[in-house]
Design a protein around this ligand. Structure first.
Ligand code: ZN
Length: 168
């Protein structure tokens, strides 16, 4: 299995709106396997296609404790949302940076599963947070965009520092 390179902030590819996926095919099937492999290896609980330089509306996630319950969603869409919660989020495209983000706590999401079939389900807590974070990526949005300007600037500075330390 090939591990994919994860695109890091501030890559321009993370700011693009991704294209809808017309239907399932073998290329996508292989990409899904590689994305899951890359996500588990990172390790992370969610990965969106633009994070591996593919500008298509595909996200993979696994919020289970054992990491044995992968969720694959194409063309995901939030059709209902309610409540709110604050969660400390991180992102594989901005490793080492964490920020508390406020989002709806309960959502209903719709999309296409790995079999190419339409699905719709409810999610709350961490899964709801994860789905919203990953869908944001498909619209060129990062978690830090939800922060105030001051907090966002701090998060970016922190990430730059971490990257400099890594290089030296
Ligand atoms: Zn992310």
């Amino acid at each position: 299995m090939e591990k994919l390179d994860i695109v890091l902030y501030p890559d321009a590819g993370l700011r693009e709106t991704c294209a809808p996926i017309p239907e399932m095919n073998d290329t996508l099937d292989k990409l899904i396997d590689e994305m899951l492999y890359t996500m588990y290896d990172a390790p992370g609980i969610g990965l969106a296609a633009p994070q591996v330089a593919v500008q298509q509306r595909l996200i993979v996630m696994d919020v289970s404790e054992k990491g044995d319950q992968p969720i694959v969603l194409m063309n995901p869409e939030i059709v209902q949302s309610a409540g709110s919660l604050c969660w400390e989020e991180g992102c594989l495209s901005m490793p080492g940076v964490y920020a508390t983000i406020k989002r709806p706590s309960e959502i209903v999401v719709r999309g296409m599963n790995r079999d190419g079939k339409p699905i719709e389900f409810e999610a709350d807590e961490l899964l709801a947070v994860c789905i919203q974070h990953e869908i944001d990526h498909l619209d060129g949005k990062m978690f830090i965009d939800h922060l105030s300007r001051l907090k966002r600037t701090r998060a970016i500075q922190q990430f730059r520092k971490l990257m400099e330390q890594k290089e030296s």
